[in-house]
Design a binder for this molecule. Structure first.
Ligand code: ATP
Length: 468
């Protein structure tokens, strides 16, 4: 459907010409000759993507209408046309967030170009606003499921944190306990929900790349820096930056991050001026940061700066009563995704789920339920597709390192749906680590990845040496 464009113009000839021109450009054009008519349209629920307004109209100044439309929460872009451009008006227009301020007479081509780019900006803004309101609905504190005391306590803390301003926070918990989920809840239900939520996994990038990704750089700052790059801290301005696996950040980068948090400003690599930033830092770790601080492997000052507020997420094996809520939730989710109709979970399935220890926590549970739902053929969640380690029902390869290896050192993985992508990745890593005697450098070379990434995945899949 065509996007609405509101033209407010009292010169009949010009108004007509603009209407004809922009209808041809694909807009749904509304034309008002007076401010009062335009206001009536806005009151009648018109929400223009772009408004093109003459500044001085017989019944008033259209900046006042922009002001009132913002108060009503209307977001589209405004472009002003004026024959009597004055500095105070243009200053006020910009303060009110006008897109552009053009002097009449203005060539139609130029006007059309400005309207087109204002349209693009307004559409992008609307998408962000829609995403934000969708995310706010999706990521309320109640999105953290579980009926156990521990889960209830987490929800209470999330609820409380949503109401207060704080500059930093540490979320701890084993892999898959919901640290990423908690960070999204904190952002989208908190005071900064209208701002951006930016996420980065500190273990996934080598040191230099992490530094330039976080702090940005100017053109020419280093070989290959062809143009200016706004770093993630800057991109998170007004919102939150989620630093997952913060324990993997190098000590010198930790020092740089601490300075940014304390000074509320940063300097891009190669820049000679600092930029003010207003960011809330959410950090997560599945390692014991207290211990890392004691060993000198994590900076105490950064730890103390971030750990003003701490949120520790409970492991699933200590709150198995939460399965009663989590399993039906994931079943419903994957029923909807895959068009399945699983409605029944047999006592045998419950017994298998409750008897398992869930080292990968809720993530692992979610994957197991996904596989079950995908391969269900009726209303039952099939026991044979749970394939929990220790179960031999389907005869596939649930335990790491158990898939067949052929004589050319190739791994044979079943592609009949009995293994999901995570399990395949885990299997491949386990086999390569076995074949290199757990030499991470050699394994990273074979896999064509960095040691940092590999280390992160080893921890993610619980493949540390002693478990192989
Ligand atoms: N309490 C919960 N209620 C609903 N879903 C949950 C809960 N906890 C985790 N999940 C879901 O489990 C999956 C894994 O969670 P998440 O990625 O947040 O874990 P994590 O602790 O950040 O893991 P990692 O340390 O490996 O990065 C996600 O799909 C998340 O939505």
């Amino acid at each position: 459907m065509a996007d609405p464009l509101l033209i407010i113009e009292d010169e009949i000839f010009l108004g007509r010409e603009m209407r004809r021109y922009f209808e041809k450009e694909g807009w749904q054009v509304f034309w008002a000759e007076r401010l009062a008519d335009a206001e009536q349209l806005l009151n009648d629920d018109l929400n223009p993507m772009v408004t093109l307004a003459d500044l001085n109209l017989p019944d008033g100044n259209s900046l006042d209408l922009l002001d009132r439309s913002r108060e009503k929460g209307l977001q589209g872009e405004w472009i002003f046309l004026t024959a009597y451009g004055s500095v105070p008006d243009s200053v006020r227009a910009l303060r009110l967030g006008a897109y552009d301020f053009l002097e009449k007479p203005c060539e139609m081509e130029r006007l059309a170009m400005v309207v087109r780019s204002a349209g693009r900006a307004a559409r992008a803004q609307r998408r962000v606003a829609d995403d934000t309101s969708q995310h706010s609905r999706r990521y309320g504190p109640s999105a953290f499921l579980g009926t156990s005391m521990a889960a209830q306590r987490v929800r209470e803390i999330l609820q409380r944190l949503a109401q207060v301003p704080y500059s930093g926070l540490i979320i701890s918990g084993e892999t898959g306990t919901g640290k990423g989920l908690a960070a999204r809840i904190l952002h989208y239900s908190g005071l900064r929900r209208e701002g951006p939520m930016v996420e980065i996994n500190c273990a996934a990038l080598p040191r230099e790349l992490l530094e330039s990704e976080l702090f940005g750089y100017e053109a020419g700052a280093f070989t290959g820096a062809t143009s200016r790059h706004r770093g993630l801290v800057e991109q998170a301005n007004g919102g939150s930056l989620f630093l997952d696996e913060i324990s993997e950040m190098d000590l010198d980068l930790q020092a740089k991050l601490l300075k940014v948090i304390e000074d509320r400003s940063l300097r891009r690599l190669g820049a000679d001026r600092s930029i003010q930033v207003d960011v809330r830092f959410l950090a997560a770790s599945n390692r014991d940061l207290d211990a890392l601080v004691a060993e000198g492997r994590f900076r105490a000052d950064l730890y103390h700066r971030l750990s003003v507020v701490r949120l520790a997420l409970p492991v699933l094996r200590d709150r198995k009563e939460d399965l009663q809520e989590l399993v039906p939730h994931f079943v419903a989710e994957f029923n909807a995704h895959a068009g399945k109709r699983v409605r029944h979970i047999s006592p045998a399935v419950w017994a298998a789920l409750e008897g398992y220890d869930w080292p990968g926590n809720v993530r692992e549970l979610r994957n197991v339920v996904e596989r079950g739902v995908l391969f269900s053929e009726g209303e039952d969640l099939p026991l044979e597709w749970l394939q929990l380690p220790g179960m031999s029902a389907a005869g596939h390869c649930p335990a790491p390192g158990s898939c067949p290896l052929d004589d050319r050192q190739q791994i044979i993985l079943p592609i009949d749906g009995s293994m999901d992508l995570d399990s395949m990745e885990r299997e491949i890593l386990a086999r390569v680590l076995q074949s290199t005697d757990h030499n991470v450098t050699q394994a990273a070379r074979i896999l064509g990845t960095t040691r940092e990434t590999l280390r992160y995945r080893i921890r993610k899949y619980g493949l540390a040496n002693e478990e192989l």
